[in-house]
Design a protein around this ligand. Structure first.
Ligand code: TYD
Length: 201
């Protein structure tokens, strides 16, 4: 069954749409496992708490993201796919490209080594990148209260994160699809539905 990941800069509106897609697929009779990164397992959620709150250098951040991911793949993603469920992950490795390479400046080659090691060929069948102008993203973030360590980064950081997501979509146009979220909800949902149908929903 398909493995689908969801991405975007903080404030792009991802969570709303992911919940809707999970409900839509379930209503069509599919088994759906909804999960997230960093997190998705008890150890991963502990690592998430550290990643979102503790000061650390960029290399530590990248390595902890992949430590959580290794556990997530082993305990949740592969078993669910073998059981015939759709796996919907709120973020996956494209977030490491965007935030740790784009945002923090770690060389892409370093990330690729970890990606091959930890994923052993596993890639999402499709990745939705929710995209919105940074002005809108930042005003949404400001409205939702207490910010974590990533959300407190400056505008230039988010410009680099967003640019890396765009670059991923250019590099892998079949897998990585940009979905613009500064539109009417109905228009967005109709696009999402179309993409899910493309995946065999
Ligand atoms: P996020 O989905 O934004 O959580 P929430 O919607 O609850 O705020 O994810 C948390 C943060 O983790 C987000 O700012 C991006 C960051 N992140 C990385 O920097 N690298 C990664 O590989 C992943 C998976 C997430």
């Amino acid at each position: 069954m398909p493995f689908v990941s969801f991405e975007g800069v903080d404030g792009a509106g991802k969570s709303t749409h992911v919940g809707w897609m999970a409900d839509w697929l379930t209503a069509r009779g599919h088994r759906v496992v909804m999960t997230r990164e960093p997190g998705g397992t008890p150890l991963g959620e502990t690592l998430r708490g550290l990643l979102l709150n503790e000061t650390m250098c960029a290399d530590t951040e990248l390595l902890l993201m992949f430590a959580a991911r290794a556990e997530h793949i082993h305990q949740v993603i592969r078993p669910a796919l073998s059981r015939g469920a759709w796996v919907l992950s709120d973020r996956f490795t494209d977030a490491s490209y965007a935030y740790q390479c784009g945002g923090r400046g770690i060389a892409v080659e370093r990330l690729r080594v970890l990606e091959h090691w930890v994923q052993q060929g596993l890639q999402p069948d499709m990745t939705f990148v929710f995209d919105v102008s940074l002005d809108i993203a930042r005003s949404r973030l400001a409205a939702h209260g207490a910010a974590d360590r990533f959300e407190r980064e400056n505008a230039e950081f988010f410009e680099r994160v967003r640019a890396m997501y765009h670059w991923r979509a250019v590099q892998e146009p079949q897998r990585v699809r940009l979905v613009s979220t500064d539109r009417e909800l109905d228009a967005i949902r109709s696009d999402l539905q179309q993409l899910l149908l493309e995946l065999g929903a």
